[in-house]
Design a protein around this ligand. Structure first.
Ligand SMILES: [Zn+2]
Ligand SMILES: [Zn+2]
Length: 346
């Protein structure tokens, strides 16, 4: 069984998941995607028996089969079964690897990338994300549910078929904890949402705005860690993605597809990660009575899209800094000027 281990020196958690990889030769970095063609792909329609039993299915509008399927990951980093045990060994702490690890098969077509999809197709993916969030929040063992997408080998995808994933953890991940704490601090000082403040200022200045729609804004963050890092945020305050009504999801799908098309046109179909940062499961936490009392006002959900075109090298590992060669102001301008339907050699 996997285990969460806390590193007291670096002040962070690691998931040690022995079920996923065993021997050194299996750790050697793959140079090609597994299942580049649909003939052996486990996510093809008609081959549903190759995946563990389905958790959720969104049918196609014409009733012919499925549009989106959610299944447990065959090689989960964390498992749903079991109770959470917290242990300490001298300076070390661990928590048993209880959680959930699911795969969202985003589309029946093997080659349909996010940038190729229709708005309603991407909306169906976000509906699946929301349904799983709401369901897993009933499990009081789970403190956070992270939804993310890896596109391309360098971004961590091992299967070519369009899919995203969900990992629910018995602790709140470090990056989310940092965002939550920053937002809470800001709110308690100013009674304003930090992200709303950022959005207001960025819209006034405009130089880091990549795209705007009536409901959303896509921007290059002021201190972008990576070239073309793009955040998509609802323009009006909303702490929880799972509370977003249908029109919100449709509008989100539309701007996400637009950003994905522009990134593809500019960067020649880059590998990328997309992650959702939304409110945590608001279960009361012993010893932290006031953690979620202002959550509804202080946090602001958003999607982060990071093209994986620069490598993490020695300096980054040694320092925690990244060196970003593309100023966010330039990235935003390139995105604004890009032709979403343009070829990569335009
Ligand atoms: Zn496939
Ligand atoms: Zn806000």
């Amino acid at each position: 069984m996997s285990e969460l281990r806390f590193d007291p020196i670096r002040n962070r958690w690691v998931i040690v998941a022995p079920e996923r990889r065993l021997r050194p030769h299996e750790l050697i970095r793959p140079r090609f995607l597994a299942t580049p063609d649909p003939s052996r792909c486990p996510f093809e329609p008609g081959r549903e028996s190759l995946t563990p039993p389905e958790i959720l299915r969104i049918p196609r509008p014409d009733g012919q089969g499925w549009q989106v399927r959610v299944v447990p990951n065959k090689f989960p980093a964390l498992r749903v079964e079991g109770t959470i045990e917290r242990r300490g060994y001298g300076p070390y702490d661990s928590i048993s690897g209880v959680g959930a690890h699911e795969v969202i098969v985003e589309h029946p077509d093997h080659d349909r990338e996010l940038a190729d999809m229709e708005t309603w197709e991407v909306e169906a993916i976000f509906q699946a994300w929301r349904t799983r969030l709401l369901d897993l929040r009933n499990d009081t063992r789970l403190r956070y549910i992270l939804l993310f997408k890896n596109h391309g080998l360098e971004a961590g995808a091992s299967i070519a078929h369009p899919h995203s994933q969900l990992i629910a953890t018995p602790i709140i991940p470090e990056f989310v904890t940092q965002e939550l704490a920053a937002c809470r601090r800001h709110f308690r000082r100013k009674e304003r949402c930090l992200f709303c403040d950022v959005i207001r200022m960025e819209l006034e200045h405009g130089e880091r705005i990549a795209l705007e729609s009536p409901r959303y804004v896509a921007l290059a963050p002021w201190a972008s860690s990576f070239p073309f890092e793009t955040w998509i945020l609802p323009r009006t305050h909303m702490h929880d993605f799972a509370a977003a009504p249908e029109p919100e999801l449709r509008a989100l799908a539309s701007i996400v597809v637009d950003v994905a098309r522009r990134l593809r046109a500019l960067l020649d179909d880059p590998p990328f990660n997309m992650v959702l940062h939304t409110a945590p499961s608001p279960h009361p936490r012993p010893g932290h009575p006031d953690d979620w009392t202002t959550l509804e006002y202080d946090f602001h959900w958003h999607l982060e899209i990071v093209p994986r075109i620069s490598r993490i090298a020695g300096f980054e590992w040694g320092s925690g800094f990244t060196i970003n060669p593309t100023p966010p102001e330039e990235a935003a301008r390139f995105l604004r000027d890009a032709d979403p339907d343009g070829g990569t050699d335009a």
